[in-house]
Design a protein around this ligand. Structure first.
Ligand SMILES: C[S@@+](CC[C@H](N)C(=O)[O-])C[C@H]1O[C@@H](n2cnc3c(N)ncnc32)[C@H](O)[C@@H]1O
Length: 239
């Protein structure tokens, strides 16, 4: 890849097999296909209904692919990650976001794709939902895997075992389920400096913005035309 970043708009299934340069890390923040108490509720509501509160001040575009039942989700994510695995160089890493409800499905998908599962990094969100008579829903999770033995960095790096950060607010918020740039900046360090980071469900390209800020390169795929436009604008500004 001759440029620092590339963003493809379209379905990851179609585009992943066309990528030619092996990637050093896959960072995937897929639609969680979570929310709702039952499979029926999960399938009936789109991403905006599930993840944006009714009194939110913004009206971002909805996105597809968030209404699968759990078996469908495991199969779909397994295929996306398998296609990403095929593009990953030996020793490369996979980091996949999930919530508590989809953690078992996500670990199955990661391993079915071929990655060796290496750990779970909790992401604590300071602004989170209390649960009546129960435990606060305060964390999401990043599953860590590698293609075979993990790459040895020179010099050796030591990354944190948990992360903390809030979703962007106000003008900085451009996507329904946008991740904090501060979190992504820590995650992209799993790739060597100058290495290539792939995000097959890129959204507004927070992974790419973080990769560029940390001296890595980025190739992303985003299904929604509206979010691909937002992502390109952010990447161009970051570059
Ligand atoms: C959880 S969001 C990613 C948010 C992103 N991390 C950010 O900070 O903006 C998941 C994204 O995956 C996209 N997506 C869903 N299915 C896809 C597919 N089959 N191919 C490519 N993108 C897809 C959605 O349009 C959505 O924007």
């Amino acid at each position: 890849m001759s440029t620092a970043w590339q963003l493809h708009q379209g379905d990851a299934f179609t585009i992943l097999p066309t990528l030619t340069e092996p990637v050093d890390a896959v960072i995937c923040d897929p639609p969680y296909n979570s929310g709702g108490r039952t499979n029926a509720e999960r399938r009936a509501q789109g991403a905006r209904d599930k993840y944006v509160s009714g009194d939110a001040q913004h009206a971002f575009p909805d996105f597809d692919g968030d209404t699968r039942d759990q078996r469908g989700y495991t199969y779909w994510l397994g295929q996306i990650l398998a296609a990403s695995y095929a593009r990953t160089r030996p020793g490369g890493a996979a980091l996949v976001f999930t919530d508590w409800a989809q953690l078992p499905a996500t670990s199955d998908a990661l391993q079915a794709a071929g990655f060796t599962w290496r750990g779970v990094i909790p992401w604590r969100k300071p602004i989170s939902r209390p649960v009546k008579d129960g435990f606060r829903r305060e964390c999401e999770y990043v599953l860590w895997g590698s293609r075979g033995d993990p790459l040895r960095h020179a010099p050796t790096i030591y990354l944190p075992g948990w992360l903390e950060g809030s979703q962007p607010r106000g003008k900085a918020r451009v996507h329904i389920t946008q991740k904090p740039e501060s979190i992504m900046r820590q995650l992209v360090q799993i790739a060597p400096v100058g290495g290539l980071v792939l995000d097959p469900c890129a959204g507004s390209c927070t992974t790419g913005v973080a990769a560029l800020a940390e001296g890595r390169r980025f190739v992303g795929i985003e299904g929604s035309p509206a979010y691909a436009t937002t992502g390109r604008e952010r990447l161009a500004a970051a570059a």
